[in-house]
Every structure is written in structure tokens, then in C-alpha cells.
Design a protein around this ligand. Structure first.
Ligand SMILES: [Zn+2]
Ligand SMILES: [Zn+2]
Length: 125
């Protein structure tokens, strides 16, 4: 089995799906729970207040929000911005419009590839 160093505590542990060793995963989970509970109980707190109260970085809270693990409270509205157009969003990485646009782009690229592939089959014959 592969062993690796935990990027958080530097201990060696057997590699598995989690990016951290089991004790660190547990700690990370506890921190997340703490933040989640705090936000639920204190909807009037801005991101930086939550960070200070839970002793975590603002970056960490933003990443929870972007991963969709945490929802923005009323006070946080406008603090999380769309990665594409910088419009305030409630959760995730992008606003609905940009998600739609991205989906269209991906779909368009797939269609292009399909047309090219068909062309190749045709020319090979
Ligand atoms: Zn660790
Ligand atoms: Zn957007």
C-alpha cells in the first residue's frame, strides 16, 4: 500500500481517497461543523466575523461557500462573488447566468468535436 505525508500534520499515513490523514480529516470536519453551526445561529454575522469567532481564515469560509457546503446567511449576501462576472451570489462558484453560459460553451465544444469526428470517419472511407 502507498504511504504519504499528511499535508496538514506531516504524519505518514496509508494513502486513501481523503487528502488528509484520518485524525486531520476528523479535525477538519469538526471545524466545518463549528462554522456551519455558528452561521446557522448567527445569521447577522459577516464572513470575517464568522472567521474570527470560529478561529478560521476567511479563505476557508469562502471555500466552504464555493463548494456549496455552506450557505450564505443574510449578512453575507454580497460577500461571495461570481468567479466570472463578479456579481454577488449565494453559493457555489458562479452565478446562474454564468453557469448557463458555461454549459452552453461545453455543449458547443462537444458538438464541434462530434462533427469533426464524423468528418474523419467520412474521409477515411
Ligand atoms: Zn494529518
Ligand atoms: Zn456570473
Amino acid at each position: 500500500m502507498d504511504a504519504m505525508n499528511c499535508p496538514r500534520c506531516r504524519k505518514v499515513f496509508v494513502k486513501r481517497l481523503d487528502p488528509l490523514c484520518p485524525p486531520c480529516m476528523k479535525e477538519e470536519e469538526d471545524i466545518y461543523e463549528k462554522v456551519r453551526e455558528y452561521v446557522k445561529d448567527n445569521p447577522d454575522k459577516m464572513i470575517k466575523d464568522v472567521a474570527a469567532a470560529c478561529d478560521v481564515t476567511v479563505k476557508r469560509i469562502l471555500s466552504y461557500l464555493r463548494e456549496g457546503r455552506l450557505s450564505t446567511s443574510a449578512a453575507m449576501h454580497g460577500e461571495l462573488l461570481c468567479g466570472q462576472c463578479n456579481k454577488p451570489i449565494l453559493t457555489g462558484r458562479m452565478c446562474e447566468k454564468c453557469i448557463m453560459d458555461t454549459n452552453f460553451t461545453v455543449q458547443g465544444m462537444k458538438n464541434d468535436a462530434a462533427i469533426k469526428n464524423r468528418g474523419q470517419i467520412h474521409t477515411r472511407r
